[in-house]
Design a protein around this ligand. Structure first.
Ligand code: MV4
Length: 501
């Protein structure tokens, strides 16, 4: 039985995992780098171990340091979160060798799905539809021949790539040879593996993924889809479930294929099958993510499960208690990823000290974050501050609720993507649910130029409201302190509020 878990991660996901641990009576252990000495995940954990310098290559990514901390703290299991070591087959293998449970799939499943060409072949054998395309291409002549058979335009992809890395679109026959050559050398330089393959280019696709869970007894279920087409440079920005594109028939078909895909690699744990879907609802397997994903909370809300709890139960060897026919999607959930980035300056990262934060609350709102007032967002890691997740009975109400929550969400000290997200919620194509992966490009005029005038008025309103708030605090504290002869509280507070503004 897992009684103590080391969370090999930081930020909101480390806290997310520890919350489920606490509910399950499991002790949690944090690891932290130099930059994360004062981080919230360290405060939240029952124990914490220092693992080295700020760059993740010298801390969160060093297998030996994580294993050392796990041994010192005497944990039964390691949860990798997402990113970092979560999809590292060698790490999963090492855990096993050390007698520590890796809360995730087998190293075999990670490896098979991590190599995109092997994943593709495995899916073909399992009868899961893949994008029309090639097996591995041996040389340039072979590549040109295959590309012509498939028909232009094509995507040239690195087998070791994924998530948009090492991809190249080829529109014209005359560009084929140079693109293939470039793709190969780029793949060699980035991944140390120049294996490439070719796929037909799917125009204006949707990115729709299915959440799956598999146990160690051969049971696999799916927890329906997430629509993730609102992306910018292969970074997801907004996700929702159910997908506005989907209908019950296609959902069932794709869900069954997602289960078949997972079964093909004896999958255990939580995973995601990524599909690319065209406007005519033709769908094709793209990749499998062998980890818990950033956007998992929208599924949790609409299906009514705690995915981390399921992961831990599966890692314990328990049989899945959830049954496919008992699972339903109830209502609608949307997630906005809040980044410390400046949308008015081409999304430049905006690290710095959080001077003030007011988190949105209220009916149907979940806010998974980790920053607090006075906390400095380090430059060393992903600039995502938090995930704002809303739920409502209908999509329209969920959008209204998201707008309300974004409006209430105040952060000063760093620039954030909140104004950009507010614009997305008002973009007609989004409101209608008629969007694909080109959404942000297509609506860039609407999205990228917030009205400076309105913004100024809003800033003044925020500051005025904040002064009001501080004044009321002072009054309250002054009255509490009244009767206590020498109080210079008021002056103290005045200086404090001045500093904060
Ligand atoms: C494609 C494609 C069109 N045709 N493959 C991007 C991320 C990686 N998972 C695969 N990606 C794509 N593969 C074929 N054959 C278009 C994309 C793509 C994309 C996919 C999902 C979400 C956003 C995207 C943005 C640009 C391109």
């Amino acid at each position: 039985m897992i009684k103590k878990v080391l969370v090999a991660n930081r930020g909101e996901i480390a806290i997310r995992v520890m919350r489920s641990c606490r509910e399950m009576g499991i002790t949690s252990v944090a690891v932290f780098s130099e930059a994360d000495r004062a981080a919230m995940h360290v405060r939240y954990a029952d124990e914490a171990y220092f693992i080295g310098p700020s760059p993740s290559s010298e801390s969160y990514l060093v297998v030996d340091k994580i294993i050392d901390a796990a041994k010192q703290s005497g944990v039964d299991a390691i949860h990798p979160g997402y990113g970092f070591l979560s999809e590292n087959a060698d790490f999963a293998e090492r855990c096993k060798k050390e007698g520590i449970i890796f809360i995730g799939p087998s190293s075999y499943a990670i490896k098979t799905m991590g190599d995109k060409l092997t994943a593709r072949k495995t899916m073909v054998n399992a009868g899961v539809p893949v994008v029309p395309g090639s097996d591995l291409v041996t040389d340039e002549k072979d590549a040109v021949k295959k590309a012509k058979e498939i028909g232009l335009p094509v995507m040239v992809k690195a087998s070791a790539g994924g998530g948009g890395k090492g991809m190249r679109l080829v529109n014209k026959e005359k560009d084929l040879v140079s693109s293939i050559r470039a793709a190969k050398s780029e793949a060699k330089a980035s991944f140390g593996d120049d294996t490439i393959y070719i796929e037909k280019y799917i125009e204006s696709p949707h990115h729709i993924e299915f959440q799956i869970l598999g146990d160690h007894h051969g049971n696999v279920i799916h927890l329906f889809e997430r629509e993730c087409s609102v992306q910018r440079r292969h970074q997801k920005v907004v996700e929702e479930t159910p997908s506005p594109l989907m209908n019950p028939e296609i959902r069932e078909e794709m869900g069954n294929f997602a289960v078949a895909a997972a079964k093909a690699v004896n999958y255990s744990g939580a995973g995601t099958i990524e599909f690319i879907v065209d406007d005519k609802l033709n769908y094709y397997f793209l990749e499998m993510n062998t980890r818990l994903q950033v956007e998992h909370p929208i599924t949790e809300r609409v299906v009514g499960v705690d995915l981390v709890k399921e992961q831990i139960n599966i890692a314990n060897g328990f049989e899945l208690e959830l049954k496919q026919d008992e699972l339903h999607q109830y209502g609608h959930a949307i997630e906005c990823r809040i980044y410390a980035e400046d949308p008015e300056e081409n999304f430049m990262p905006s690290p710095g000290v959080i001077r003030h934060i007011t988190e949105p609350l209220g009916l149907g709102v979940r806010h998974d974050g980790y920053v607090y007032e006075g906390y400095e967002i380090p430059i060393h890691y992903d600039p995502m501050i938090s995930k704002l997740v809303v739920w409502a009975k209908t999509r329209q109400e969920a959008i209204a609720r998201m707008k309300r929550a974004l409006y209430a969400y105040k952060i000063t000290g760093v620039k954030t993507s909140i104004p950009f997200l507010e614009r997305i919620m008002e973009t007609p194509d989004f409101v209608k649910g008629k969007y694909n992966t080109h959404f942000i490009e297509k609506n860039s005029d609407f999205l990228m130029f917030p009205k400076k005038h309105d913004k100024k008025i809003e800033d003044v309103a925020i500051i005025a409201a904040y002064i009001d708030y501080l004044d009321s605090l002072e009054d309250l504290q002054a009255s509490v302190c009244a009767g206590n002869g020498k109080n210079n509280w008021k002056n103290c507070q005045r200086r404090l509020s001045f500093n904060r503004l």
